[in-house]
Design a protein around this ligand. Structure first.
Ligand code: FMN
Length: 228
């Protein structure tokens, strides 16, 4: 059984088909045995949203490769429209507990994934609203994989292009491989089963690059530290 988990709302997702995902391998050694801690940000609260299909698939890919995934789901977590980011609180102000708790989860992650639709050729507001609550320092010097999708033929790639500077501004490094899925409702079943060859290989291909960056940046942070 896979778990649909976020810091404050942990819901089971049953009946997810366990697909046979390839394991990431590297020419010199492998970091596939290393379990990393990822936060996955979902970008839609729309009624009947397709993000659930893609997220269930991606959780399966990550967990079946030994990684821990924490879901930041704006539908479950109900972030308000941004009034005051954590880092805009003055030293004599007490930020809300939920904001502090979610920030700690982001700080503790080794890396991130965003799963984003495309709304009018742009990033869905639920995603930017949620991520803007936290300071760049919490995300910085860590990688973020980009997963995008759409009902149409372009797979949300325009939103993915907008995500690169957005995530970069928050301090993250984005691997070059973008997992874009056109006709998303035909590519994944409701329970997250990949239905096309592209859908089957996209998750493992994204993970392979993301693992590499995660291992490299983690080692650098631990051995060298970060710039002062
Ligand atoms: C407000 C809005 C704007 C959209 N704009 C685009 C767009 O620019 N490009 C595109 O390929 N699809 C667009 N779509 C269609 C989405 O690809 C499709 O609805 C997708 O399922 C959205 O993801 P979600 O279901 O997880 O919210 C748009 C949908 C909405 C609701």
């Amino acid at each position: 059984m896979l778990r649909w988990c976020c810091p404050s709302f942990v819901t089971s997702v049953d009946n997810i088909t366990d697909t046979n995902h390839q394991t990431a391998h590297f020419e010199k050694g492998s970091c596939s045995t290393m379990g990393f801690n990822y936060v996955m940000f979902l970008g839609s609260v729309r009624e009947g949203r397709n993000v659930s299909r893609v997220a269930k698939y991606m959780i399966n890919v990550f967990e079946s490769n030994g990684h821990k995934v924490t879901i930041f789901d704006p539908q479950e977590m109900e972030f308000p429209m941004l009034k005051k980011p954590l880092h805009f609180h003055r030293s004599n102000e007490q930020p809300p507990d939920w904001l502090v708790k979610h920030n700690k989860t982001i700080q503790d992650a080794d890396g991130y994934v965003v799963i984003s639709a495309e709304y009018n050729r742009a990033i869905p507001p639920a995603l930017t609203n949620m991520m803007n609550h936290f300071p760049p320092a919490s995300y910085k010097y860590k990688p973020c994989g980009i997963v995008c999708y759409s009902l149409g033929p372009a797979g949300g790639i325009v939103a993915a292009m907008a995500l690169r500077p957005f995530l970069g501004e928050l301090g993250m490094v984005t691997p070059s491989f973008i997992f874009a899925t056109p006709q998303v409702a035909d590519a994944f079943s409701e329970d997250g089963k990949p239905l096309t060859d592209r859908a089957k290989t996209g998750g493992p291909n994204l993970l392979k690059e993301l693992e590499w960056y995660t291992a490299a940046l983690k080692r650098q942070r631990e051995e060298i530290g970060i710039p002062k």
